[in-house]
Design a protein around this ligand. Structure first.
Ligand code: ADP
Ligand code: MG
Length: 724
């Protein structure tokens, strides 16, 4: 098998190739799967009298008038007449050649969307074809493809139809399975979508509900499921260091804690502990709502690895959170004789180097930091376990790089370097050829991964069922489904900005009673500078209003030492009111803080609000979260605020979030620009997903060759993303 199946025709110009690449088309099979957005109907001609506004229709007749008008704006306006009436054709941009084609007396066929315009019935920028009567009508709907600037539909048509004719589009599904599926064959399906027959149900095509569409979506989901299974099995075949521990350290930590683990914490700890004893790498997702106590479970897992003589890396997506973990774990582990190392991107070069050296020498057993930890320079001597907190906050590329950290066999070092390079480039596509070769090898089982560390990922963002079934199908999942005892639920209040003064008063009273509060500054999407400015202004305003309070300020642009100092002061209750940007969104844990004001809450996303609110309600005191909003509210903002007001369960909120924003956002995949599923929609195609899942199992068991062929077809140019 070749690495890149069916390369594009050699005679294509470089510029065309670049444009095709922009559309994700790298080989002829990609052309086959470049499916139409919609269709134009050139199979029939409609009489002018029967034109209907809103429809895309084709008419035929003689040009009876043609002029360049200047009002309402410069445009070419023609009248086309048949035996039933007149329709106007309007062109805002036009060439002299068009003017010539549309000269009075010419016979024309025009296709376009009909609307009621300035002059009566009109078509704006219709597609015109000279000749009229004697040109044969098309036999099928004309596909309109997604395209990019400078790449005409005609080029796409030609290339796609060439590929359809020349490629052998055999079915990857064995006949037995295909018969059971009751969907059309693959070749028939793509041919129909590119070239629908005259009387096809156009609506079903547009809604992607036509059986041909269902087949394509099914194949895509099947590929995803197969890929997940293959990945899962490969993982079980890879070796990882066995980390049975001896329980002395973890036992001592449990003894020293001021609290007992909840039943849920005990259960997940058992699951993780058991995985670590296995000779193949754990890949477990630990889910638990904000405040459910994941950190202690991570600490116990780290200790088990350390007891077994291996190193542990603990990673967090923000400096503040990483630093907080560092402080917390130092507090817990130093009495046990373990000093964690701190590693972040902002460390001075010298310090980073020193830390890296200690890690490489194996002197440091636990390294805590931001993603600086898995940059390629940092080599561990004996990495046994990687823990990633708030994993959904890491980008897809970072998670990929992470998955491959700690690979210790020589043969895969080059591959690992290529991967971290890929992880650093903004556009993954540049490394696409590497990836594609890798895909083929991976399916053929030729890549030797060597021993890999165990991996524990933690997240407070619960995953709805369909997401779990698709994108996370190769992970094992543990759930902490109860909160530690003694928590009082956070009361949420929605307050309009008009009542800001009252809110000031409440904050002041709370602080004077010895409680602590957060004031979260508005999110400003367009500009970090503006966001910073707002934070500074809010801070100075609050300082003016409350001369008697000790007020701190923390934001992303602050030097890290300063950030750490402010957080420490807040933790020690030296600061009563902490003005903060959303840098405090994840992980920050100051139990005495029992009040939070979120300014301009309408600008925040749901999971963000839930995470922020999770910063309070961590102690025994009654907690209050005030969502200050600016009127008027947009429809979406109103919906979001209503959900956050009515729900405190993170699972419910995530479910509703997915409905509002789509799954990409929830997966943290959107920012990487990588499409995860192109055709299927896991929100809607749940039935297809279910049957794809069942069939994936059966294919791997009974038809392994077909499974390989299917993966080869669908995954050749995107091996990794379905495994993140
Ligand atoms: P999250 O799951 O959001 O990361 P944390 O690990 O930060 O939650 O824990 C939240 C708070 O609850 C911390 O102050 C932690 O010490 C405390 N905590 C954790 N487990 C328990 C428990 N079993 N009983 C009481 N408090 C606990
Ligand atoms: Mg946490």
């Amino acid at each position: 098998m070749t690495a890149v199946p069916h390369s594009l025709p050699a005679n294509l110009q470089k510029a065309t190739l670049t444009k095709l690449a922009k559309l994700g088309i790298h080989n002829r099979f990609d052309l086959v799967l470049h499916l139409p957005l919609r269709y134009e109907d050139e199979t029939q001609v409609v009489r002018v009298a029967e034109l209907e506004p809103g429809e895309s229709q084709q008419v035929e007749g003689e040009i009876t008038h043609c002029e360049v008008a200047f009002r309402p704006r410069r445009s070419l306006i023609c009248q086309l007449q048949d035996d039933s009436g007149v329709v106007h054709l309007r062109f805002l941009n036009f060439y002299p050649s068009q003017q010539k084609q549309l000269a009075v007396g010419k016979r024309i066929r025009a296709l376009g969307e009909v609307r009621m315009g300035y002059f009566g019935l009109e078509m704006v920028h219709p597609k015109c074809r000279a000749g009229g009567d004697n040109a044969p009508l098309k036999q099928a709907l004309t596909p309109v493809y997604p395209t990019t600037a400078g790449l005409p539909q005609a080029t796409l048509h030609k290339q796609i139809h060439g590929a359809l004719q020349e490629l052998e589009l055999s079915d990857t599904l064995p006949p037995e399975l295909l018969a059971r599926l009751q969907l059309p064959g693959f070749a028939d399906s793509v041919r129909l979508l590119h070239n629908p027959p005259p009387h096809v149900d156009e609506q079903a095509l547009l809604e992607r509900a036509h059986p041909a569409w269902l087949r394509i979506k099914f194949d895509e989901l099947l590929a995803q499921q197969l890929s997940m299974r293959v990945h899962y099995r490969k993982r079980r075949k890879r070796t990882a260091p066995q980390l049975p521990g001896h329980g002395h350290l973890s036992g001592a930590l449990l003894q020293a804690l001021p609290f007992a683990l909840t039943n849920a914490q005990q259960k997940v700890w058992r699951e993780i502990s058991q995985d670590l004893t296995q000779p193949h790498p754990m890949q477990r997702l630990l889910q638990g709502d904000v405040g459910s106590g994941k950190t202690i479970v991570a600490a116990l897992a780290a200790l088990q690895a350390i007891e077994s003589g291996f190193q542990v890396a603990l990673m967090a997506p923000t400096e503040i959170l990483a630093e907080q973990h560092y402080l917390k774990l130092r507090e817990w582990l130093e009495p046990l004789g373990i000093s964690p190392a701190w590693l972040s991107g902002s460390l001075r070069k010298k310090d980073k180097l020193a830390a890296s050296e200690r890690i490489a020498a194996g002197d440091t057993l636990l390294a805590i930091g931001t993603h600086a930890l898995f940059q390629s320079q940092v080599e561990f001597k004996q990495l046994g376990l990687v823990i990633v907190d708030e994993q959904h906050k890491f980008g897809v590329e970072q998670r990929l790089a992470l998955r491959n950290k700690g690979i210790i066999s020589e043969s895969s070092r080059a591959h690992q370097d290529a991967r971290s390079r890929a992880a650093r480039t903004e556009t993954y596509r540049e490394d696409r050829r590497d990836a594609s070769e890798h895909a083929t090898k991976q399916i053929d089982g030729a890549v030797d991964y060597g021993a890999v560390p165990h991996q524990l990922m933690m997240s407070a963002t619960p995953i709805p069922r369909t997401l779990a079934m698709s994108y996370y199908a190769d992970l094992d999942v543990s759930v902490i489904d109860e909160l530690p005892p003694g928590r009082t639920p956070v009361v949420t209040k929605l307050v309009s900005d008009a009542r800001r003064e009252e809110v000031f008063e409440r904050v002041r009273n709370a602080c004077l009673e010895g409680r602590q509060a957060y004031w979260v500054c508005p999110l400003i999407d367009e500009s970090e500078t503006l966001q910073l400015q707002t934070a500074l202004e809010t801070h100075s305003t609050l300082c003016d209003i409350f001369p008697d309070l000790r007020i701190g300020l923390v934001h992303g642009k602050l030097a890290n030492a300063e950030k750490a100092r402010v957080m420490a002061a807040f933790k020690a209750c030296e600061v009563q009111l902490l003005v903060a940007t959303t840098v405090i969104e994840v992980g920050v844990d100051v139990p005495n803080a029992s009040m939070m004001v979120i300014d301009h809450a309408e600008r925040m996303g749901l999971s963000q609000l839930h995470q922020l609110r999770g910063r309070v309600g961590r102690g025994a005191a009654h907690s209050l979260c005030i969502l200050l909003f600016q009127t008027p509210l947009s429809e979406l903002a109103r919906a979001r605020l209503k959900i956050i007001f009515e729900n405190s369960d993170g699972f419910e909120i995530a479910q509703q979030d997915m409905q509002l924003r789509g799954p990409g956002e929830l997966l943290g995949a959107r920012q990487s620009g990588v499409p995860m599923l192109r055709f299927a929609d896991i929100g809607q195609d749940t039935q297809l997903l279910d049957s794809a899942r069942d069939m994936a199992d059966e294919m791997l068991r009974d038809f392994p060759a077909a499974a390989r062929a299917h993966l080869q077809r669908w995954m050749a140019s995107k091996p990794d993303y379905l495994q993140v």
